[in-house]
Ligand binder design. Sequence first.
Ligand SMILES: *[C@@H]1O[C@H](CO)[C@@H](O)[C@H](O)[C@H]1NC(C)=O
Length: 392
Amino acid sequence: MVIDKRSAALVLLVCAAALVASAVGDGPLLNGNFEYPPNQSQMSGSKVTGENAIPYWKTTGTVEYIGSGQQQGDMILTVPEGAHALRLGSDASIQQQISVTRGLYYSVTFRASRTCAQDEKLSLTIVPVTGYPVQSGEPLPIQTVYSSCGWDAYSWAFKAEAGIVSFTIRHPWQEEEDEGCGPIIDAFAIKTLNMPQPTQNNLLTNGDFEEGPYIPPDCKSGVLVPPMNEDDVSPLPGWMIMSYKKVVKYVDTAHFAVPRGGRAVELVCGVETALVQEVYGTVEGSWYRLEFSVGDAANGCGASADYSSSPGMKVKAIAGASETTVDVDFRGAGGSTRGKLEFQAPASPTRVVFVSLGYHTKSDNSGTLCGPVVDDVSLVAIAQPSARRLLL
Ligand SMILES: *[C@@H]1O[C@H](CO)[C@@H](O)[C@H](O)[C@H]1NC(C)=O
């Protein structure tokens, strides 16, 4: 028997109606890209009128089903993936139940674009269906478009406190917001995060950045990791993004030059964002060596947005009370160099910090923000350097 696409879609809709929690492997959530057509009896034009109109999702508030090419005034709305996406009006949300493994960590990747010039926020929440406390971070700022294509891929992470969790993404209520505004969201995917443990050969966790959020295969723009409160789960195990509102970009070898392995972090927001790890394995007063790679992602990064005279990029590394600055000058063509810093540990933990000292955009005039990449970071104990011993 040949099953045509329409009856396959119908089978999926019936499953959706049964509200089965979707079980996760790494990859897209069920109807995570909103390509399954909505139930027309719960639609009015492009507006969703019933909470179960979008297969596999439950919606609240003003939600609009956006098709690619759809116009609003003079503007063509951006659909980040495929032919359809959703727009969340003020205080609107969508929700899906996901079956996970209790105790494991997960990251969610999705794409968002703004429809108006104002700042937007999206808040993500995980609620264990069996009644544990709500887990939610600060709302993610969707205020800057980092890529020239009109949307960005964002990541967020949580620890599963139950086997079935309810994942919600909400556009928080905003005063005086125009009806036609509100972010467009698309391409939801999930990935289990492993938690690499520090060893004697590297006191850092995930120093090579190989563990991190899901990067869709077609994602030429990398995945943004937003700033988090210190006690939230980071999509980059071991690392925290410290910033008021700005991000770092997680990149892979499929679309960028990466100093080592498959993945690295691109520092795209200058001194406004720090990539930080707190290392608990150090002993106060003992000596350590921090080594790391800084490089050029081969994405044509180089034009300096702050008009400084040097086209090169600089990364400052800080460990405890010591610091070093490494120049990155590969003219947007890829390449990396090693940096080194020997230091005496302060009281535990030792804070390791990387910051890009400049603002850079791609030299194609697209205005896309970019910066140096950091990779392959290690921290090891060393004998007390002899020159220092003489000084003491
Ligand atoms: C579509 O929505 C109507 C009205 O709520 C409902 O009766 C019907 O079962 C839905 N169809 C599917 C395929 O979910």
